[in-house]
Design a protein around this ligand. Sequence first.
Ligand code: TXE
Length: 476
Amino acid sequence: MKIQNYINGEFLPPVADRWIENYNPAIGEVYGQIPDSTKEDVEKAVEAAEKAFPSWSNTTLTRRSEILSKIADLIKEKLTFLAESESKDNGKPVSLATQIDIPRAASNFQFFANAITQFSSEAHESVGLNAVNFTLRQPIGVVGCISPWNLPLYLFTWKIAPAIAAGNCVIAKPSEVTPMTAYLLAEITKDAGLPKGVLNIVHGLGTSTGQAIVEHKKIKAISFTGGTTTGAHIARVAAPMFKKLSLELGGKNPNIIFADCDYDKMLETTVRSSFANQGQICLCGSRIFVEEKIYEKFKKDFVQKVSELKVGNPLEESTNIGALVSKEHLEKVKSYIDIAENEGGKILFGGDRIAVKGSENGYYLQPTIIEVASNQCRLNQEEIFGPVVTIMPFKTDEEALQLANDVKYGLSATLWTNNLNRTLQFSKQLHVGIVWVNTWLMRDLRTPFGGQKESGIGREGGFEALRFLQNLKIYV
Ligand code: TXE
């Protein structure tokens, strides 16, 4: 199957007629091709977006909202097909795609369909001066959305929905590793009546197609989610053009467990926060710190629970852990297990590839738990982004806080305790964008999302996304 670019409302092959192979990670085989787009394709997309902008930015909020709602409805109607397509493209369990990824993609559109009707410019009366100051928020123009492979449609729509709701026209590039659901979304937006040129989807490699988007002078803002190294590169390219940037990058999140927590809930949630989506979520709690008093018990119980997880064909409902996204990524994750062995880490569970019956060439890895002696080891300092977690004990609150913050990333943290004072202290002092207390991965779509330190800059979600995607002007 050949995926096409979607430019100016039409499905088009890449100008240079070059193609990239698309793999099904569950079986390790090519099942399609995607455009290897060049600058010329991006140029065509920008022309279409520029042409569509005057009309789209003047389209009433009611109409924009209707179209976004319709897109949400169509995603829901096609839930099963989209979930199966996502699972095949990415290797994630179809159950996860059905319960989380695809419903969230629909919610992203529905949320911004509503939010845009409640979003407003502001006016401030200068009392006594006989003047009113208007703070006008206007769409930027053509914006770029670049998304990763871990939550393909979920993160693609997380960027596109607010961008078009805010009145912009979009050049979007999904990850070349997982292009399928973005391709399917194009048809959906067409059926929902989104005018041609408002959303243009250009497929291809990061270093060529993505680079062309970031370099294009007429693309005034970039919303990017991906690796920290790529984010730093994008910032360097975009800075001389003074583009607006929102960068949601990597994480190496602490999961801090105190003896006074609700143990059973903590254990069950920690299995999820460690291995959901094969550990390929920037919010996974990959560094587990456990209060010494319960360390040995936790170790035993955690290993037991994790050993019960079923690694297997992602299309089987009973599968807990599917395939990693690509061969390259599997090798990268596996290399960290080798590093652990050299660094003196002790593998408590897992560490090996798995040959799943009937899919022996798929990219499967056992969920892996490694006990480390120091937070300074590479395993605790670098983002592995796979089904690998480390554990180590701590004695005091001060030590736990120090360990949690002693890393270059600052995306999220999870805290397990029933002590209110400790909760308040940690929530204030953790250097992260989101702290979960006695829960994980729960977030109201109205809240601003993003990280500190090398986890990125800017906030997306709720009105923050709309603020980022509009320009401000004051007139008096
Ligand atoms: O991501 P990239 P990769 C982390 C994770 C992973 C590592 C590398 O640790 O192992 O990053 O993954 C596009 N200009 N995360 O290499 O390269 C690319 O095509 C413009 C964390 O797959 O950052 C894709 O669409 N675009 C993360 C997107 O950027 C470029 C999710 C992300 O790819 C580009 C994914 C360029 N020069 C990986 N180079 C998270 N925070 O959730 C690449 N791209």
